[in-house]
Design a protein around this ligand. Structure first.
Ligand code: ADP
Ligand code: MG
Length: 685
């Protein structure tokens, strides 16, 4: 057994040269080596008869060498070894380029398992450079699921997997295992030796899944413990104490029953607000999950305590809509609400400012106009921002500065996988509303190509004749530099649809380059039913509720992020009508196609963002990674929400029972957490 911190170059089977190559991948210690997880796997477990192989296919064959391998030097620097192999069903000509040593390894009359890609030209069937192993030897490269590692020059997959093999054998039972036994047991995780063996050399796909689950859990568990400990050690700013009355009193006057998830989120908030420390909470919930009423519950609590709330929305339209919604929700409680936006007439603005300053209104809903110097509150205790990603941290801070450390609540519909939320909103506590109000219908979604255009136009007409309204979203506003002929632009396309396709219908248009007031007017006209089809850019991504809209058509859908498509789709299906989403795309790109397929398959925003993350990789998710967290290994790749919430729950449970991780069985965990952040000191302030 070897210490995990011992250097790989001292391992048997890894010499100076291989150690040098491994170092280029950042692998110096035994620990580095065995935690260098494969980036993928190749299934070589199935062995086929030679006759069953078709051209271009990669597979294993069990075959006998039937000719003496012959070596020929074609020219300087090019040596060929040629031989023929055969099984009961047929034969293949095998060629090795510049691997003359195989000549002595492959013996005529002996049986091997070869893995390679078959090339067939007429009757000639060949394989170039197949990997091979004796039929009865221990299988590492053939006849099984084989790991694929990220490599660097000087290393091959074969060398890499042989090194890992050495590493695992040397580690023996000294594998890293920071999980307290009880946590591993509760989560029904496999043991560390099984996990490390099977993540590298899976016995089968079931074993791989078990291994992955254990290691992802472990990674997220450690991260959760670390973040929770960080939050609790940070000196909490003392906040305004808001005694929270029983929320049932609020709920009982609402037009609907709250979902369990909504109640949990509201309770998280009220617990924070009466904790004596300032609340810093993010509420994440899919489009339509009902975040507004949770915010309203908080407004109500503050109001009951004689305190004010400021609610900031990213656009005029949204501010106006929230103003109406809050006014309705809060009317039964006699709570006065004011609206404040930049576009308001000066007189109205003055009036609103006076009512805010006097404390007459308990809630002011506005845009960033709220940040203006002229806005003064009488007793601001709670700041809520909607669609957080549209506000800079500075803007949030500017609003917060208008009170004396008010509580803050951030609401986001961007379905960020929770691991990323943890990272991006490191300073916030997170509540997730993971349940939609009852009775919501799935929006049926179809990814289609140009060939379907006539039929879709027919469908649009049918929807309008049935009394519904239709959104058509384009990626660009007007003439754009790249590929102008292929990309629909909103202005021209609206004109074309009106003149040529739907002369009998009313087609409207709205886009981001319009003045806010104009945008607002046109959106409202659509909401009021004054036009049938609204051609738009993504300005409608967040916007007024149009319950009568039942069809969302997206042009050049491959140009949009999945999160964005999901937001767009959330614009329909908000009323009682069966709703549809059509995604036009002629993209041949495999990833694009896979992404649109995800949209067809699920309406779950979190699932969609996980898939997006999986398909595009985390680097693309927010442009670039700017967080200061340690690199994540496995959990970064295929993020599994269930494992994440299990890991977080387990971490919370553990820290409740042993906040300082002093118990002997938690020593390893504590050690791991300490090393996790040792290289990231100071990133979290
Ligand atoms: P979002 O989370 O996207 O901001 P909203 O708060 O706007 O969602 O809610 C979407 C719609 O669902 C609104 O019309 C709201 O009145 C309604 N709603 C919210 N919660 C419930 C509920 N528990 N039962 C029924 N309808 C609800
Ligand atoms: Mg909302």
């Amino acid at each position: 057994m070897t210490e995990l911190q011992s250097e790989v170059r001292y391992l048997k089977g890894i010499g100076q040269q291989r150690a040098g190559a491994l170092a280029k991948l950042g692998i110096r210690t035994l620990y580095d080596l065995i935690t260098y997880f494969p980036r993928g796997y190749e299934d070589r477990s199935e062995t086929l008869p030679i006759a069953a192989l078709t051209s271009g296919m990669s597979a294993c064959v069990r075959a006998i060498v039937v000719t003496e391998p012959s070596l020929s030097r074609v020219r300087r620097g090019l040596e060929l070894v040629k031989l023929r192999v055969a099984d009961d069903s047929g034969s293949i000509d095998v060629t090795y380029f510049n691997q003359s040593y195989v000549r002595t390894q492959l013996k005529k009359g002996c049986s091997y398992i070869f893995f390679g890609r078959l090339a067939a030209e007429g009757a000639r069937r060949t394989m170039a450079n197949p990997v091979f192993e004796p039929e009865d030897g221990p299988a590492a490269l053939t006849g099984r699921i084989v790991p694929i590692y990220r490599l660097t020059t000087g290393l091959s997959q074969k060398l890499m997997s042989a090194s890992v093999r050495q590493g695992l054998d040397a580690a023996g039972n000294a594998l890293p295992d920071p999980l307290p036994a009880s946590a591993a047991e509760n989560a029904q995780l496999c043991k560390a030796p099984f996990a490390y063996e099977n993540i590298h050399f899976p016995a089968d796909f079931g074993a791989l899944e078990l291994a992955r689950r254990r290691l992802v859990f472990e990674e997220l568990f450690v991260l959760s413990c670390a973040l929770t400990r960080m939050k609790s050690t940070r000196i909490k700013k003392s906040g305004i104490y808001i005694s929270t009355p029983r929320l049932e009193r609020f709920y009982s006057k609402l037009p609907f029953l709250l979902t369990g998830a909504q109640k949990r989120a509201a309770e998280d908030c009220t617990r924070d607000m009466r904790s004596g420390a300032t609340m810093n909470r993010l509420i994440q919930g899919d489009v339509g999950s009902g975040k507004t009423v949770v915010a309203a519950a908080c407004v109500w609590c503050a109001h009951e305590g004689g305190l004010q709330t400021a609610f900031m929305a990213p656009t005029e339209i949204l501010a106006a809509q929230h103003f109406r919604t809050f006014s309705e929700l809060l009317a039964p409680f006699g709570i006065a609400v004011a609206l404040l936006t930049g576009a308001m007439p000066a007189k109205q603005k003055r009036e609103a400012l006076a009512r805010i300053a006097s404390g007459e209104v308990s809630l002011v809903v506005g845009t960033h106009a709220l940040l203006s110097e002229s806005v003064a509150f009488s007793r601001l205790a709670l700041v809520i921002t909607d669609e957080q990603h549209r506000f800079g941290v500075n803007q949030r801070a500017a609003l917060i500065a208008k009170g004396e450390s008010p509580h803050t609540l951030v609401m986001s519909a961007t379905p960020i996988p929770r691991t990323l939320a943890l990272i991006i909103y490191g300073d916030l506590d997170v509540s997730v509303i993971n349940e939609l109000p009852p009775g919501r219908q799935k929006v049926d979604t179809f990814a289609v190509g140009e060939g379907m255009r006539e039929r879709i136009y027919g469908f649009i007409r049918k929807q309008v004749l049935a009394g519904r309204q239709v959104f058509i979203v384009c990626p660009a506003v007007d003439e754009n530099e790249e590929r102008p002929q292929e990309l629909k632009n909103a202005v021209d396309y609206a004109a074309e649809l009106q003149e040529k396709i739907f002369p009998e219908l009313r087609v409207g248009c709205v886009h981001g380059r319009m003045k806010a007031a104009e945008k607002d007017k046109r959106m409202r006209a659509f909401a009021d039913g004054q036009c049938d089809i609204l051609v738009a850019t993504t300005v409608i991504e967040v916007g007024v509720d149009v319950p009568n809209a039942a069809l969302m058509v997206v042009e050049n859908a491959e140009r949009f992020g999945l999160g964005q498509l999901h937001q767009l789709r959330g614009r329909v299906g908000r009323g009682k009508y069966k709703s549809y989403c059509v995604l036009f795309s002629d993209s041949e790109n495999a990833v694009s196609r896979a992404r649109l397929k995800v949209m067809e398959q699920t309406n779950d925003g979190f699932k969609i963002s996980e898939e997006d993350l999986r398909l595009r990789g985390p680097g693309d998710f927010f442009g670039s990674r700017q967080h200061g967290l340690p690199e994540m290994g496995l959990a970064d790749l295929g993020m599994d929400m269930r494992v994440l919430s299990e890991a977080q729950d387990a971490a919370n449970a553990l820290l409740r029972s042993d906040p300082e991780l002093r118990a002997p069985e938690n020593a390893k965990l504590r050690e791991r957490i300490d090393t996790l952040f040792s290289c990231n000191e100071g990133t979290f302030n």
